[in-house]
Design a protein around this ligand. Structure first.
Ligand code: FES
Length: 277
């Protein structure tokens, strides 16, 4: 699959400006970045970019959407770099290079029903694929989205989740939070359990899963119970992406480099790797 990159050298950072910031949850913000000439490079759903903020450092983040004129990154506050990123205001400049990773198999999934299963910030990479499916609605069958977080406050992309996506044709959005709380009338419970309750039909369906490692592991088991074949289940190990170019040696599983062959794999491919994922 072509990554659609229009930049000259993916190792050379482009200077981008933060043009908008959206508070998603108490610890997640979405940053819109662009250049005076438009988006710094084109990405496919599931690809990542190295974002740098001087003098703090740089980190690999999935692109949660490529809009017409900007890229979007939903970034959770987890350390020094992301703490600093959460303090920026529109107009500040970052460096960005990429894209990295193979991305989701958008072509191979054409004609299929799509089941997206996400937990927490794991919806960020899936969001790019979900929005891509809506943009090319005629190419995909039913779309079911199951998303969970610790609490209502921790659910990302609320406007899309509760307003825009449920209004799409042949689409159902299921949301759940881990523990009951006042004012929440929706489902309560963990994502894998809810997945089994919903009981999606495997026939003609591709499932795409992303979230915390434990959620992914349990959701993969649930998919097996529900009768999904390994080839019908896709996940991304994007959290392992560090340098993205096979140099740092921090992403390998056995002899495989996640950054060079992934981070998107189907379950059949994952089962051929040592069981460290
Ligand atoms: S991310 Fe550095 S070697 Fe793969």
């Amino acid at each position: 699959m072509s990554n659609g990159c229009s930049c000259e050298n993916p190792l050379v950072p482009r200077i981008v400006k933060v043009v908008d910031i959206i508070e998603e949850t108490p610890d997640v913000k979405t940053f819109h970045v662009t250049t005076d000439e438009g988006i710094p490079f084109r990405v496919m759903p599931g690809q990542l970019a190295m974002v740098s903020m001087l003098p703090v450092g740089e980190g690999m983040f999935s692109v949660s959407w490529q809009a017409e004129d900007h890229l979007e990154f939903a970034i959770r506050r987890v350390g020094v770099l992301t703490d600093a990123m959460h303090e920026v205001w529109p107009g500040q400049q970052w460096g960005i290079r990429g894209p990295y990773g193979n991305g989701f198999p958008v072509e191979k999934c054409k004609g299929k029903n799509m089941l997206f299963v996400a937990g927490g910030i794991g919806l960020a990479p899936l969001r790019s694929f979900i929005k891509y499916c809506f943009l090319h609605r005629q190419d995909y069958g039913r779309i079911d989205i199951l998303y969970g977080a610790r609490s209502y406050a921790d659910l990302c992309f609320k406007r899309e989740l509760f307003e825009e996506w449920p209004a799409q044709p042949d689409t159902t959005v299921y949301t759940t939070i881990d523990r009951a709380e006042e004012g929440w009338n929706g489902h309560v419970g963990f994502v894998p359990t809810y997945l089994e309750e919903i009981g999606p039909q495997p026939s003609g369906t591709v499932a795409v899963i992303c979230g915390p490692p434990i959620m992914i592991k349990l959701a993969l088991k649930s998919m097996e119970k529900l009768g999904f074949e390994d080839e019908q289940v896709i996940t991304t190990l994007e959290a392992r992406m560090k340098c993205g170019i096979g140099k740092c040696g921090r992403c390998n599983i056995g002899s495989e480099f996640i950054c060079l062959d992934g981070p998107v794999f189907d379950l059949a491919q994952l089962r051929r790797l040592p069981p460290e994922w």
